[in-house]
Design a protein around this ligand. Sequence first.
Ligand code: SF4
Length: 292
Amino acid sequence: MSSTQLIKLFDPWRSKLCTCPVKYSFDPYTGCAHRCLYCYASSYIRDFYNCRPKKNLLKIIRRDLEKLPENTIISMSNSSDPYPWMERELKLTRRCLEEFMKSNLRILVVTKSDLVVRDIDLLKELRVAVTISITTIDDWLAKKIEPLAPAPSKRLKALSKLSEEGVNTGLRLDPIIPFINDDNYRELLIEARNCGVKHVVSSLFKPRYDSWTRVVSSFPEIEDSLRKIYFLEGERIGRSWYASRELRFRTMKKVSEECKRLGLGFATCREGFEELHTSQTCDGSHLIRKTI
Ligand code: SF4
């Protein structure tokens, strides 16, 4: 029998800065079609922007699910998006959700697509929470940094619909890129709150070689300023460059204060600033309903 496993223990490179609870990670697709400039998954997945369905997906996950204990958290997805454009036709993520219905699991859906709303009938029946990534409320800017992802306005509508239907939602304001979206997120947070979002998770951009190249090619006017932040004043942790701790903390503190004013829970992602966290978990898994 093949030893391939698709639902795997989440291991974010054993980073000391990761504060995620124990959970499993699952990607129905390999690669991603949204083409975000800042994406880190493109640094470790071959032919990343050629999004393709996993082979023998359902057969393998049925086998994986048999081995998982009750209450396991499955996060879908961390290295891709479960709702790329082809999901509209293929309905693979939908079929995975149907499989999840057969086990007593907790599911955290992480997406950048409003297509998630199509599956609201299943999401209402599962122990689930949905977090949607939105980095700016400005559709024009989003088109530049996340060229093929649905517009932020559509993602906000999706958050609103999910919340209305009783599905708990979170916002991933992630990443914040200095000089690009670091000072215009207040309106986004207000909109998200008005759409029923309960929790926000955020982090500062941590470039790797390929995401760095994409960002500075699209924003050459800020290349020198970013170089200073990352390569002169910042540090390298693993395969990523981090801005200085001081800048990361200052930026996250500003977001946390804004969230506090708006009554939103807050946490950081791979920053290590637990003192700023007001939510029970960073990734939003505390939003998953305890019982159905
Ligand atoms: S949606 Fe996520 S996985 Fe897809 S390209 Fe954007 S950052 Fe990468």
